[in-house]
Write a protein that binds this ligand. Structure first.
Ligand SMILES: [Ca+2]
Ligand SMILES: [Ca+2]
Length: 317
């Protein structure tokens, strides 16, 4: 296929040595962030307390961002099978194993409300890791319980062995890729209930396991109580799957609440230094409100959790 003739077929894709497919995301401009008012959000998410709408200052101001170079982005989240092949080929030991503290996991007998840590999931515990988040996964599911440092190790190993540059997306690249030309809350519009058509989030199926949060669940069903095989839902206009939901995705940026007020227009890279890294997109356990294209969350580089995975970028030659 001839480069630049995307209209003649699907966007050019490449596959790498671990079987990851990447699609070309063109250079372009977009409006990053959200300036929706608390009143507008309250109308669409009536089950949420008002304070949650006031806590979104970091999504503003909406600002113009230019992505000056095309890049390739993982069509899917990194899968369990791909991560296993990486470990086997590289000898890398994931952080949850290397530091001896394990990960977190789903245990139906565990009650976060009465636990000392207050976490929603049991851990850290050696019994949990990328291999075991406490629920069944096949090789086609997104790998979770992986840290930002694990993602860096995967990207560095791929770069070294294949002789081309892999990395996590920047936060701006991620939102640009997620929006794929839209300005709405989700790739398919503003209606949270429509999300079940394109994403695995906290729906009626998941709520069975968390009766306390029943009212936060989407009324409809996406069919998955835990992670779904990657690509189970419709892609966005760039041909990317599961940008909303399934697993949160680490991005390269450090997090700063006020970053959008002074970030550069061209290819913002995030603040030079901070304590936590950004993750994006929400997960199988995430309420629709927090799976919006503009929503920002963060954790330390060592964090591993059953909700958090990754997706890589391959730089254009
Ligand atoms: Ca679900
Ligand atoms: Ca995702």
């Amino acid at each position: 296929m001839v480069a630049g003739c995307a209209s003649l077929g699907p966007p050019p894709a490449v596959e790498n040595s671990l079987g990851m497919a990447f699609v070309r995301v063109p250079a372009g401009e977009f409006l990053m962030g959200s300036d929706e008012t608390p009143a507008a959000l309250a109308r669409s998410y009536p089950q949420l307390e008002n304070q949650r709408f006031l806590d979104l200052a970091d999504e503003a101001p909406v600002h113009r961002v230019r992505i000056t170079r095309a890049f390739y982005m993982g069509r899917f989240e990194v899968t369990v099978g791909q991560f296993r092949r990486f470990l086997q080929a590289s000898g890398y030991v994931p952080e949850s194993v290397a530091d001896g503290t394990g990960g977190y996991g789903y245990n139906p007998a565990y009650d976060g409300e009465t636990s000392a840590s207050g976490d929603a999931f049991e851990g850290r515990d050696k019994r949990y890791s990328w291999q075991n988040p406490g629920f069944a996964q096949t090789d086609a599911h997104p790998v979770v319980n992986v840290s930002w440092n694990d993602a860096q190790a995967l990207a560095a190993w791929l770069s070294r062995t294949e002789g081309r540059r892999y990395r996590l997306p920047t936060e701006a690249e991620w939102e640009y890729a997620c929006r794929a030309g839209t300005r709405t809350r989700y790739q398919n519009g503003d209606d949270p209930e429509a999300l079940v058509a394109v994403a695995n989030t906290f729906d009626r199926t998941s709520a069975v396991n968390w009766p306390r949060w029943q009212k936060q669940a989407l009324a409809g069903s996406d069919g998955f109580a835990f992670t779904a095989p990657v690509g189970s839902f419709a892609p966005n206009a760039f041909g990317l799957y599961d940008m909303h939901g399934n697993a949160w995705e680490w991005v390269s940026d450090w997090y700063a609440e006020d970053y959008y007020a002074h970030s550069p227009v061209d290819d913002p890279q995030g603040p030079p230094d901070a304590n936590v890294h950004v993750r994006r997109g929400g997960s199988w356990h995430t309420w629709a409100f927090y799976a919006r294209s503009s929503y920002r969350n963060w954790n330390t580089a060592q964090t591993r959790y059953p909700l958090v995975g990754m997706r890589l970028v391959l730089e254009s030659p």
